[in-house]
Design a binder for this molecule. Structure first.
Ligand code: PLP
Length: 454
């Protein structure tokens, strides 16, 4: 590789670029233009040391103008989820209901009684806004919520088990994703992990044999994102609870997704529910707010009142506290369950319930509006988010015409406004309709047309 240091002098100064018409037009005020020009020039300086020649002034100015537009919009923006994976962590998990959005907006646009007791006129507790509702939907004595379920599990272990042992089946020492591993979380909490049983088979008697005065709890972890099949065994939760309680230990259940309605109604296998787990004898259950519950990011914790009190008093509870937007959205989401309107109100439940026929109809409508020669094809959508790992839902997708190589077409869709994230299967670019909100259909049609005609 040759280095042309003299070329470094050939690129214009920031001030020179700021006088270019394209740059002036993109940002007449000039503040963003300066940031953009610095970034663009830094990029070219780096490339030039690798012997790549910088483009002429006008091209650099165009690049700065594009950078200004990107800076103005920020990097976090809405996308249309054409992957067919409903609870897609990379795409922000559950879309919120209109009511949850309204609630978040209402408390965030001004002040709120976040930590203020309006009746008494004194300091209140932020968790109080959701505690009673979470407790009711779970059939628990008491509840609270923190920033996310990973935090909830960490907090519960730290508050109830630090300095003591926690028994976990070897079949449940799982990695949830994003590097969240149960053994690491246990270590961080200050509790000591004791592995019990084998990878494929663990019995209640394995737990009993491992119990002594130093054991604080048995931790049950829902196998959210994988299935063990074949010669496998795990004790039923009720049996595990009885064994734990007999020895004076707690049973803690990390449910993961926390479905609040039976998933059979969507043609899916049963996903364990907080209410069932508590009824089976779990002392504390933990679950996410933005998986099958269909709400904002949150970690719900429900169970025995004395244990919840200890959880709330732990210093980590402060570090993991929810913010007011999410609290408002969670409360509004839970309200829909309590009022029996969740199936109608929550976008996630509507997506789960949509009939394949209605998705096929929407696929054809989007194709007609976009006026591109694509096809409606059968597809398989997934629940995702570490819920029901092998369970697909019959769905419908738009197969785009092969106007460009599949990977290029997919990149065009991702680069569009709005961005569309499709699924690429062999040589086909597919946009599955199940995770597309019906109100996005028109925007989707326009985005598909733009990508195909580009
Ligand atoms: C998803 C999941 C978590 C982590 O929950 P977040 O809300 O993503 O922090 C923990 N445990 C289980 C079993 C899960 O499925």
């Amino acid at each position: 590789m040759t280095r042309h240091t003299p070329e470094l002098r050939q690129i214009p100064s920031v001030d020179r670029l700021l006088r270019e018409p394209a740059v002036l037009a993109a940002d007449p005020a000039g503040a963003l233009a300066r940031i953009a020009a610095r970034a663009v020039l830094a990029g070219w300086r780096a490339r030039m040391t690798d012997g790549i020649e910088a483009p002429p002034l006008a091209a650099l100015a165009d690049e700065v103008a594009r950078e200004i537009v990107a800076l103005r919009g920020g990097t976090l923006r809405p996308v249309i989820n054409g992957t067919g994976v409903l609870i897609q962590t990379n795409l922000g998990r559950s879309p919120l209901s209109a009511r949850a959005l309204d609630a978040a907006r209402a408390v965030a646009a001004g002040y709120s009684n976040l930590e203020f007791d309006l009746e008494a006129g004194e300091r209140g507790h932020r968790h109080a806004h959701v505690a009673a509702r979470i407790a009711r939907v779970c059939g628990a004595d008491d509840a609270t919520a923190v920033n996310n379920n990973a935090g909830g599990v960490l907090l519960v272990l730290a508050a109830l088990c630090a300095g003591r042992k926690v028994l976990v089946s070897r079949g449940q020492l799982v990695e949830i994703g994003g590097g969240f591993r149960i053994p690491d979380v246990l270590r961080q909490s200050g509790a000591e992990l004791v592995e019990v049983g084998t990878t494929n088979r663990t019995y209640a008697r394995d737990f009993v044999a491992a119990m002594d005065d130093h054991v604080a709890a048995v931790l049950h972890v829902h196998a959210s994102n994988f299935r063990l099949s074949g010669f496998v065994a795990q004790p039923p939760l009720a049996e595990l609870a009885a064994a734990a309680h007999e020895q004076g230990c707690l049973l803690l259940d990390d449910l993961g997704s926390g479905a609040l309605v039976p998933t059979e109604q969507f043609g899916l296998p049963h996903e364990p529910m907080p209410r069932e787990s508590l009824a089976a004898g779990a002392d504390v259950v933990m679950f996410s707010g933005d998986k099958l519950l269909g709400g904002p990011q949150a970690g719900c914790i429900a169970g025995r009142a004395d244990l919840l009190e200890a959880v709330r008093r732990h210093p980590l509870a402060r570090a993991l506290r929810m913010d007011k937007l999410d609290l408002a959205a969670l409360d509004a989401t839970l309200a829909a369950y309590e009022e029996g309107t969740a199936a109608r109100e929550l976008p996630l439940l509507r997506m789960l319930a949509a009939s394949p026929a209605s998705l096929r109809r929407r696929a054809r409508t989007v194709l007609r509006i976009s006026d591109i020669p694509g096809r409606s094809v059968p597809s398989r959508a997934m629940v995702g988010g570490g819920s029901l790992p092998q369970e697909g839902l019959d769905s419908a997708a738009i197969a785009l015409p092969a106007v460009a190589p599949a990977l290029e077409l997919a990149a065009r869709l991702r680069g569009g406004r709005p961005a569309v994230v499709p699924r690429v299967e062999r040589d086909l670019v597919l946009v599955d309709l199940r995770a597309v909100l019906p109100e996005q259909d028109r925007a989707l049609a326009a985005a598909l047309r733009a990508a195909c005609l580009a």
